[in-house]
Design a protein around this ligand. Structure first.
Ligand code: BJW
Ligand code: ZN
Length: 245
């Protein structure tokens, strides 16, 4: 049973999507929460009493690479046991009806591609890739568990997760693609992100300034809700099926 005020919001979003030819979706950890992957913030985001913010930094890795790798190894094991949910599949389905469709994700779990999305921009990297701290070579590594500490086959250097940590720059091409996508979209959907981490959090405002109709789907309002045309409160996996045409 859908509340009438939510139905009005859904109908408005559907109308905007009907008329749109360029659509961008930005996702965060909330889309994968429905697959059983914990989000970063809130009480469920803790790992052995460490907060993600304490582990996902270059300083934490320099100080204690084993601790940081143990956290990533735990997360890789968890992610490997999970499957995409209806939300991921609906987003993959949304690629079809529009002339241009862009998917930007802050997630590193690879579940969008597993659900069939083609070429998502992975703003914060990918947990299945490793990067050498010596020669900077990037490769896939799907070992679960991964042998700690992992070393580079080319130069013997220490490998790190190919993930963007706090204070590190995002890939220039990824960020340019993301800005161009939101600046040229008729509709932008911001799904399951707390809107706390920049520059990803700036994409909603940028979209709105450029005339897009901006929709947020989240369990609760966020610091970027003010920048939205509509905030739909609910689970991504329950709400996204309304927008398939
Ligand atoms: C559901 C749901 C359901 C639950 N359905 N919803 C401007 C202002 C202030 C600060 C900065 C700024 N610009 C840059 C900064 C600094 C910093 C930053 O943003 N800090 C803020 C926290 C204050 N940014 C950076 O450092 C970035 N780098 C940078 O800017 O570099 C500049 C530079 C240039 C040149 C040289 C050097 C530097 C890098 C940011 C990297 C973020 N990395 C992380 C960790 C690595 C990934 C990993 O290990 O997995 O990425 S942090 C973590 O947060 C992770 C996430 O991708 C990211 C975003 O989190 P997300 O996805 O929003 O998850 P949650 O948990 O926060 O929220 C989940 C949401 O889902 C909640 O709202 C729920 O309600 C909802 N939800 N279930 C729908 N079923
Ligand atoms: Zn190397």
């Amino acid at each position: 049973m859908i509340m009438p005020e939510i139905q009005i919001q859904i109908d408005l979003i559907k109308e905007k999507l009907e008329k749109a030819d360029t659509v961008t979706v930005l996702t965060g950890a909330g889309i994968s929460a429905d697959s059983g992957i914990p989000t970063f913030r809130g009480t469920h985001g803790l790992w052995k009493n460490h907060r993600a913010e304490e582990l996902a930094t270059p300083a934490a890795f320099s100080k204690n690479p084993k601790l940081v790798w143990e956290w990533y190894d735990w997360r890789r094991g968890l992610i490997a046991s999970k499957e995409p949910n209806a939300g991921h599949y609906m987003i993959a389905e949304m690629e079809k009806p529009f002339t241009r469709f862009h998917l930007i994700t802050q997630n590193v779990d690879g579940l969008h591609e597993k659900a069939g999305s083609t070429n998502p921009v992975e703003l914060h990297g990918n947990i299945w890739k490793v990067r050498c701290t010596g020669c900077h070579g990037i490769s896939f590594n799907f070992d679960v568990p991964i042998k700690l500490l992992p070393m580079c086959k080319e130069c013997g250097g220490l490998l790190r997760p190919h993930i963007v940590w706090f204070g590190e720059p995002l890939d220039k091409i990824d960020i340019e693609k993301s800005y161009a996508a939101v600046q040229n979209s008729n509709v932008v959907l911001i799904i399951g992100t707390s809107g706390l981490v920049y520059p990803a959090a700036s994409l909603a405002g940028m979209a709105r300034e450029n005339g897009a109709f901006v929709v947020e789907i989240n369990l609760e309002r966020t610091p970027i809700s003010e920048e939205m045309d509509v905030t739909l409160i609910g689970k991504a996996k329950d709400l996204l099926p309304f927008f398939i045409r």
